[in-house]
Design a protein around this ligand. Structure first.
Ligand code: NIG
Ligand code: FE
Length: 404
């Protein structure tokens, strides 16, 4: 099997927690090895240590001189919407002039305008779009990513979205309950259609299901109906919750044993306490709050309450047109008041946990050989170099997948 030796690294930084997830004090525990090597063997890490302790490696080994670079685990984006046609640049301009995201949505713009553009694509064209977006993600250091459907809202386009995400290397989540499309009489009729006509095949293509639980989208009773049916079909559960209003997403997530509740910009003290003591992850999306000029989620309070925090881009054309987890790391430190250590753990180990991506999210013997190399003397440049070209190269499954 092919071996790859990353040598003379300035630092290797990895979550220190031994378990599958980090919370409380472990959320800020990052182990750093200076003047280091990482040896990859096939798709796994074989060893990590100081250069002076590098054992003799004989046989066929590709060596990469990593002087001046730092290694962190391949970044994990656990929340993206990459399967879409068109763009929302006109809407972006209108918002710059003062129009609100919710008003545009209510007027049939927003998500539904992307639905029209996505339905117009062939399956091949949609896959090409997702592959293009996956290339952007890789260049920002992501080696594992989740992608949601939700811009088809009909059988053919929802299933094509899930297939395109898998084909492009992502982990598909079925977001059938994103919005009610115009051809459906109401939300209940749309759910009847989704569960009878789309769920059986979506369950075979996706890993998880997600719902937009919000004023103007799906209420808690309808979200429960959708999620219970999806759970019954074997899917893990996610929720878009508390983005604009607290509408019952956290209690529902806890009750159903969801993997995560995502957004949480509107979450108050009771929600913070509930997530602090639960296994449901809080996925924070600060680039979305920034892009929409909305309040930031209560990240510090969630971390201090012991919540399982993850960070993601929410990449989509309307509310977060970015694929940069390094930018999200910067926002986590400057806007969410998290430490760089907390930001790193939240977008590696904890994000991998949200996706059930075992072995991803750390650099340790036996972990996946997924490594992001930073052009920096200190790994914290990941967050410090605001919008910088900090990613120098990416190793995925033990092979160099990207080089700047
Ligand atoms: O996570 N909030 C709902 N869905 C997406 C945005 C979708 C869109 O605006 O196209 C989100 O922000
Ligand atoms: Fe989202």
């Amino acid at each position: 099997m092919a071996r790859l030796l990353l040598r003379d690294l300035a630092q290797v930084a990895t979550p220190a927690a031994d378990g599958p997830v980090a919370r409380g004090a472990e959320l800020r525990a990052v182990a750093v090895v200076e003047d280091a090597y990482v040896l990859c063997d096939g798709e796994s890490v074989r060893g990590v240590g100081r250069m002076r302790d590098l054992p003799a490696v004989d046989g066929d080994v590709e060596e990469l001189d990593c002087s001046g670079l730092c290694a962190v685990p391949g970044l994990v984006d656990c929340h993206t919407h990459p399967a879409f046609g068109g763009d929302r640049v006109v809407e972006f301009s209108l918002r710059a002039g003062g129009a609100s995201y919710e008003e545009l949505h209510a007027a049939g713009g927003g998500i539904l305008s992307t639905v029209v553009a996505t339905r117009a694509l062939s399956g091949g064209e949609l896959e090409a779009r997702v592959r293009r977006h996956a290339g952007w993600m890789l260049a920002h250091g992501m080696t594992t990513w989740e992608g949601k459907s939700g811009y088809g809202l009909d059988r053919e386009t929802e299933l094509a979205s899930l297939r395109a995400i898998r084909a492009a290397g992502g982990l598909p989540t079925w977001l059938g309950a994103h919005s009610v499309p115009p051809e459906q009489p109401d939300a209940d009729a749309y759910l009847d259609f989704l569960l009878a006509e789309v769920l059986p095949e979506a369950a075979a293509l996706a890993d998880a299901a997600d719902v937009f639980l919000e004023r103007g989208a799906f209420d808690a009773a309808r979200a429960r109906r959708y999620l219970e049916a999806c759970r019954g079909a074997g899917l893990a559960l996610r929720l878009h919750g508390d983005q604009f209003t607290e509408s019952g997403a956290i209690p529902l997530a806890l009750e159903l044993g969801a993997r995560s509740v995502d957004h949480l910009e509107a979450t108050g003290d009771a929600g913070v306490r509930a997530l602090g003591g639960s296994a449901v992850a809080a996925v924070l999306l600060p680039s979305s709050a920034l892009f929409l000029d909305r309040p930031m989620p209560p990240a510090r309070a969630l971390a201090d309450a012991g919540a399982v925090l993850a960070l993601a881009t929410d990449f989509n054309p309307g509310s977060s047109f970015t694929t940069s987890l390094p930018l999200v790391a910067s926002l986590a430190c400057t806007q969410l008041h998290l430490a760089p250590e907390e930001a790193l753990v939240a977008m590696t180990l904890n994000a991998a946990h949200v996706l059930g991506a075992t072995g991803a999210g750390r650099i340790a013997p036996g972990s996946r050989a997924d490594i992001t190399l930073l052009d920096a003397p200190d790994w914290r440049y990941l967050a410090y170099h605001l919008a910088g070209d900090v990613v120098s190269a990416v190793v995925r499954s033990g092979a160099i997948a990207f080089r700047r």
